[in-house]
Design a protein around this ligand. Structure first.
Ligand code: GLC
Length: 440
């Protein structure tokens, strides 16, 4: 039942999305993120679909203008606002060096492939399913091309797992999982082009956002890619950071499955999708599953070794039906055990509570992120883990209600903080709330 508290929260969430709409697309946040972001848009359209289908269409149309000719969907599509202050901007990416780049200004790397599932979840909210089908028909081949790109160019060994080549690609920028691979880049030893960060406007930002050394390495990698004119084979051969991430791949697999639902609606064949899915699920279990911890790990392709760092990304394969029933029970114990759960914390910290270097305030090194809770919630529901699913939902809504639509939150219930961290008015926090509230 929709209570008064839910109604107020729903209105505030819509207000956030409405304010972040700039006439062409929904920005992730009013000033920190003034352009269009790839996976943010996926979450945003699910929430928008609960009340404004026209904007779902416009947001997605703008995003796909940025798709590269090889199918790659860039992580940022740059808008035209001359006031927008963001680094790295189009002049730094120099995407035009790539023969595959479109006319639209974009970055040169990708983000988690959310659109198969985003479109499917949005469609389920659509007020007029016939009208919505027109959008499905228009976008289906483009999303298929994106998946073909990932399973072709990002999986040269044809294993069934796509790699990421920059910590911005999985969306979990400074996750501790990336530390060991990033250590290969010594900012004192390599040449890093001059740059000025624009993400430290908020006085508290330095404590909460990635460090200078992190940024030097992010910039070094971008410089490497643009020097290679964004040619995939050159990047695969020279990049010190090539990783198979369980979050990125679980999202790819879930999107592939949702594309199969869409294909059936549109009378399109599903064999290719089915083949990708079957191979990928088998490889996730053969290569990334860790029976000791009950989590899926990331794999360092450069060193050909497992990265044993316990983050919530390792729980997300529930979303895509990847674990068997027994594995799912083990994941449930991990999620409800001391690594991710305690009486004094909100679900779900992004890094193990048992890790000595957990940082409750720093970005992807501990705080709760609402989109991760949404993905986990979907996974828990899928395996009928209803109690933990409900905790994920109520913890998320309560965090948003108490502190506002922030980007991330301190997982400690008694942290003493009165706000969330990062930027306020954050679109996907609002959007995930709208999806949950539509179920109430
Ligand atoms: C941050 C997040 C990333 C997100 C972007 C825009 O960089 O780490 O996942 O897409 O902000 O919101």
């Amino acid at each position: 039942m929709m209570t008064q508290y839910h109604k107020i929260l729903r209105q505030s969430a819509r207000d956030v999305l409405d304010r972040n709409w700039n006439g062409h697309f929904t920005r992730p946040a009013p000033s920190l993120y003034p352009h269009q972001w790839n996976w943010d848009t996926g979450f945003i359209v699910i929430g928008l679909a609960t009340y404004d289908w026209k904007r779902v269409e416009k947001d997605l149309q703008f995003l796909f203008r940025g798709q590269w000719k090889n199918g790659m969907l860039p992580h940022i599509i740059f808008g035209n606002d001359p006031e927008a202050r963001y680094f790295p901007g189009p002049e730094f990416w120099q995407a035009e060096r790539a023969s595959m780049a479109p006319e639209q200004a974009t970055s040169g790397i990708t983000q988690p492939p959310v659109f198969g599932f985003a479109l499917w979840h949005a469609y389920r909210h659509a007020p007029n399913r016939d009208e919505a089908k027109t959008l499905l028909r228009a976008l289906y081949p483009k999303i298929l091309a994106q998946h073909a790109y990932l399973y072709r160019d990002r999986d040269p060994a044809q294993e069934g797992l796509a790699y990421i080549c920059h910590p911005w690609e999985p969306g979990t920028d400074n996750s501790p999982t990336w530390d060991s691979a990033l250590q290969r880049i010594d900012p004192q030893q390599v040449s890093i082009p001059p740059y000025t960060r624009k993400d430290l406007q908020n006085p508290r930002a330095a404590a909460h956002r990635p460090t200078q050394a992190d940024y030097d390495r992010y910039v070094y990698l971008v410089d490497l890619f643009r020097s290679a004119d964004y040619e995939e084979a050159k990047i695969a051969a020279t990049c010190p950071f090539i990783i198979q991430d369980p979050l990125f791949n679980a999202i790819l697999i879930y999107s592939t499955e949702c594309l199969m639902h869409i294909a059936r609606l549109l009378d399109e064949p599903t064999n290719q999708l089915e083949a990708w899915r079957t191979r990928a699920v088998a490889q996730m279990n053969a290569k990334l599953w860790n029976p000791q911890t009950g989590l899926y790990d990331a794999w360092d392709v450069v060193q050909d070794q497992r990265i044993e760092i316990q983050t919530s990304s390792g729980l997300i394969p529930l979303l895509a039906g990847i674990p068997s029933k027994t594995q799912a029970e083990q994941i449930q114990r991990t999620l409800e055990g001391p690594m991710f759960s305690s009486r004094d914390t909100w679900l779900c910290p992004t890094y193990s509570l048992l890790a000595e270097d957990i940082n409750y305030e720093k970005y992807w090194r501990g705080p709760v992120w609402i989109n991760m809770n949404w993905l986990l919630y979907q996974g828990a529901k899928r395996y009928n883990l209803d109690t933990v699913a409900e905790r994920l939902r109520t913890d998320s809504l309560e965090l948003l209600n108490r502190f506002g639509f922030y980007e991330y939150f301190d997982p400690r219930r008694k942290s003493g903080t009165r706000e969330g961290y990062g930027t306020d008015q954050f679109s996907w926090s609002a959007s995930c709330a709208l999806d949950w509230l539509a179920e109430t």
